[in-house]
Design a protein around this ligand. Structure first.
Ligand code: NDP
Length: 502
């Protein structure tokens, strides 16, 4: 593909209208200028050109947003809203997002670099599924009545539990699928009656701002969803420290997650962390190789590998190692690399220059450690931050390229002999987010699944987050879960009520 930069003339009018040179914060249902004049540039990763300026929010802006969220949380309009009305409002919000799916997909293509059809259909599709799934919960958040007997002589009690919203939630969101991950935090907040302040990544702030504006258009009260842009160590840190924030929901790197957890301990916040991964893919010799290669390719090269559940460590049963590597190599070479707005693009650029350099550094380290690049391995010259889809075989299991999250279009491949060895290699990591098994043999699948220490196991499938399925990791991949009933639990407190009745 020759065209390597986005053609902004192909943007639909809605996207052009939203993309102003000077963006603002979204606080209390309004566009608000930052408390200072500092700003940062939002860069199109396909061309390295500036798309917009976004205010660099600080502790004062975070305080304004948290105060707005706290006021909305205590407003009977939101707090005492009947569950069925909350459900209706969430569906109205979903319908409005659906009507703006193309615009949101284009904003993600510009900001993140992903193909716009993926933004529109896969990412916004998941946003809608999540919001509509969570809209089913408000009418089903119940407590229990408890038979506590007669704990005191001749005194009787009626005892029950109920669940109440945790309060103001601080959501810190990364740059890889910003809109989807923002919705993983917004939807349970809306379902439970919480309010939320979102701090998007400084690299990809655009679509989340538009989402917050659409929420108000849908009738969600002002102050329920607020967005403050700013740097992690300023705005993000202020959000984690703020005493009126009751819960932090974070998705991002393990290093930042640990720092956030330490800070949140000062005010004993409820914390959910969805951190990185180095997810293993175990390919057994009886698998359907055509389907497996396609799924493995999608699982590592989709979104240019910038996916927390990317299957980045491939373990292949020795007898089919050469054949499987050959097929995966051909598949990787067939993927069209280009800008997000181009209709033929399958693989976009990496999100930033710094990230491109990190990915290239890890490929080079893998080669130095003894790995062999069978395809890819290079950055693509010109504007934008492109790296070729890369397959690296036989690096040592202990090397950086096998142990460290790369977050790029890079897969390592290592052979194994039997199931026990495959499980040991799969678990040889500090992470435990996702994992993949490819096999037609139901017995071997059932032998492997319990041995793998990870929050998700996909068998004969590439990853796809489903809103009903809890999403999170073992070990250093995090604490708690996004999505599913588990997320509803994390956004509610349990109250025990004991009433003496005689
Ligand atoms: P970070 O974890 O540093 O950033 C994620 C979010 O946290 C961003 O919004 C960031 O803001 C914010 N943040 C950073 N520091 C703080 C802080 N002290 N207090 C509060 N918030 C903070 O990830 P990076 O963007 O630096 O990416 C580094 C690596 O992390 C990637 O290469 C990848 O390996 C991994 N990663 C994992 C993700 C996942 O889904 N699990 C998603 C993204 C990255 P700001 O952007 O302004 O720094």
């Amino acid at each position: 593909m020759n065209v390597m930069s986005n053609d902004l003339k192909t943007l639909i009018p809605d996207t052009q209208k939203f993309l102003r040179q000077e963006m603002k914060q979204f606080i209390g249902g309004e566009w608000v200028a930052s408390s200072n004049s500092d700003s940062f540039s939002v860069i199109d990763p396909s061309s390295a050109e500036v798309l917009a300026q976004v205010p660099k929010g600080n502790a004062e802006d975070i305080d304004a947003a948290v105060q707005a969220a706290n006021t909305a949380f205590n407003d009977p309009l939101w707090r005492d809203m009947p569950p069925a009305n909350r459900e209706k409002l969430m569906h109205r919000f979903a319908d409005l997002i659906e009507g703006h799916a193309e615009e949101l997909g284009q904003l993600e293509a510009l900001d993140v670099g992903m193909p716009s059809f993926i933004g529109q259909h896969v990412e916004v599709g998941n946003v809608l599924d999540t919001l509509r799934y969570m809209a089913g919960w408000p009418t089903k958040i119940n407590g229990r009545t408890m038979n506590i007997g007669e704990p005191m002589p001749e005194k009787r009690f009626f005892a029950y539990t109920c669940r109440e919203p945790v309060g103001v939630v601080g959501a810190i969101v990364p740059w890889n699928v910003p809109l989807m991950i923002a919705m993983w935090k917004i939807a349970p907040a809306l379902a439970t009656g919480c309010t939320i302040v979102i701090k998007p990544s400084e690299v990809t702030p655009l679509a989340t701002l538009r989402l917050a504006e659409l929420a108000v258009d849908a009738g969600i009260p002002a102050g329920v969803i607020n967005v403050v842009n700013g740097l992690g160590h300023e705005a993000g840190q202020a959000l984690v420290e703020h005493p009126l924030v009751n819960k932090i929901s974070f998705t991002g790197s393990a290093v930042t997650g640990k720092a956030i957890n330490r800070t949140a301990t000062e005010t004993l916040k409820n914390v959910t962390l969805e951190l990185g991964g180095k997810s293993p893919v175990i390919l057994l010799d009886d698998a359907n190789l055509d389907k497996a290669v396609q799924g493995i390719s999608m699982g590592i090269f989709g979104n240019t590998g910038q996916v927390c559940v990317a299957g980045s460590r491939l373990y292949i049963q020795r007898g089919i190692f050469d054949k499987a590597v050959d097929r995966l190599t051909k598949e990787a070479r067939s993927l069209k690399v280009g800008p997000g707005l181009h209709p033929e693009t399958k693989i976009g650029p990496l999100v930033s220059e710094a990230h491109r350099d990190k990915v290239m550094g890890l490929i080079e380290a893998g080669v130095k450690a003894g790995g062999e690049v069978v395809t890819g391995g290079s950055q693509i010259d010109g504007p934008g931050y492109y790296v070729e889809p890369t397959v690296l075989i036989n690096p040592p299991q202990s090397s950086q390229v096998v142990q460290e999250e790369i977050f790029g279009p890079v897969i390592t491949a290592i052979p194994f002999d039997d199931i026990d060895e495959a499980a040991a290699l799969a678990n040889d990591t500090t992470y435990g987010l996702s994992s993949y098994v490819w096999s037609k043999d139901i017995q071997r699948v059932h032998q492997l699944v319990p041995k793998i220490r990870a929050g998700q196991v996909y068998v004969n499938s590439s990853p796809f987050p489903h809103p009903a399925m809890p999403m999170g990791g073992y070990r250093q991949s995090g604490i708690g879960r996004d999505l599913g009933e588990e997320a509803i639990n994390h956004y509610t407190e349990h109250k025990s009520v004991v009433i003496g009745i005689n």
